[in-house]
Design a binder for this molecule. Structure first.
Ligand SMILES: Cc1cc2nc3c(=O)[nH]c(=O)nc-3n(C[C@H](O)[C@H](O)[C@H](O)COP(=O)(O)O)c2cc1C
Length: 321
């Protein structure tokens, strides 16, 4: 089985609508491969038709020293198999299968978290993709702890392993729990015990220290962060940025979106998506600090405020230098 391409044991989670190639590049550029070991594309939905090499490349974006796995979501079908083959021919280093998405569309299409109620079918999807490309690249699976409850947790982990997964990522919440504040890590320890391959824990990492704490409390080999990385893109190294560095990051993100012809209002909405989670540099401290960004209706004022914060930035720290 090909080995996992990760360069370190802290990973960035896929997040649809956020971790697009632009956001990923900004976060990856802040880190050395020793701090951030890998990440994934947002899920690429595969229904009846296989996705093209061009779509796959657009999803992946430019590649650097930190590997980016392609995440696919679909049910066992020729289209999914064909897409995985095209991805490998296009140079993808890892294929991750999504069994966690709780959206109605995924459930209707018997994809994403719908397979959490049916370990045998989940195993079948992993086995099909593993048979198609598993000799060339690792195939991994990202699951939740169950559908309505966590009773099938061990069965699901064993199913993913039996299908040939090279790593299983477990988001410790069930589909029913959605994004509840608590992500019970004891489920990660149960998953580690049931798994014959490396386990990546996910759910509820809020600080840099939590990566190691998750590994030591649960025994998982890799730890993956989602939303806390939106509010602290430096979370993988533990660097504590000041307000100017934060503004520089956010403005670089805005510049990238504007360069792709996104309208200013839409661009500022994307910034607010990050500011909703922002936790470093003191720029969104306390409920009022955050509210003052989120309630500002004039997008120009949000940009002006960020430019004002950025003026304190030392030239050597300017993004990309
Ligand atoms: C906005 C958003 C989009 C997401 N999109 C995906 C996705 O495309 N694929 C996936 O496997 N998980 C997706 N997730 C789930 C995350 O990868 C992760 O499992 C979840 O946020 C739990 O980790 P956290 O508690 O660190 O945020 C998404 C989560 C959020 C908040």
């Amino acid at each position: 089985m090909p080995s996992l391409p990760f360069t370190a044991r802290n990973l960035l989670a896929p997040m649809e609508g956020v971790t697009d190639p632009l956001f990923r590049r900004l976060v990856l550029d802040l880190h050395s491969p020793n701090d951030l070991g890998g990440t994934f594309t947002e899920f690429l939905r595969v229904s009846n038709q296989a996705r093209t090499a061009r779509t796959i490349q657009e999803h992946l974006g430019p590649q650097g020293p930190i590997p980016v796995g392609l995440q696919l979501m679909g049910s066992a079908s020729e289209a999914l198999i064909q897409t995985a083959r095209t991805a490998v021919d296009s140079g993808v280093k890892l294929i991750d299968l999504n069994f966690g998405c709780p959206s109605k569309g995924a459930l209707k299409g018997c994809a994403g978290s719908s397979l959490l109620d049916d370990p045998k079918s989940l195993e079948g999807v992993v086995a099909d993709i593993h048979a198609a490309v598993g000799e060339q690249v690792p195939v991994t699976a990202k699951l939740r702890a169950g559908g309505e409850d966590d009773e099938l947790l061990e069965d699901l982990i064993r199913a993913a392993c039996a299908g040939g997964a090279a790593m299983v990522t477990l988001h410790a919440r069930t589909r029913r729990e959605a994004y509840a504040p608590l992500a019970p890590w004891e489920r990660l320890a149960r998953a580690v015990a049931a798994s014959s391959v490396p386990l990546c824990g996910n759910g509820g990492i809020n600080t840099h220290q939590d990566f190691e704490r998750m590994r030591s409390e649960t025994g998982c080999q890799y730890a993956m962060v989602g939303r806390a990385a939106l509010g602290n893109p430096w979370i993988f190294s533990g660097h504590e940025p000041d307000a100017a560095e934060c503004a520089d990051f956010l403005l670089s993100y805005a510049d990238g979106l504007l360069a792709r012809n996104a309208p200013l209002r839409g661009t500022v909405s994307r910034l607010k998506q990050l500011l909703r989670h922002w936790s470093v540099g003191g720029i969104a401290e306390g409920p009022d600090g955050r509210r003052s960004w989120l309630h500002e209706r004039d997008p120009n004022k949000v940009m002006d405020r960020l430019h004002a914060l950025q003026t304190d930035l030392q030239p050597a720290h300017r993004f990309g230098q």
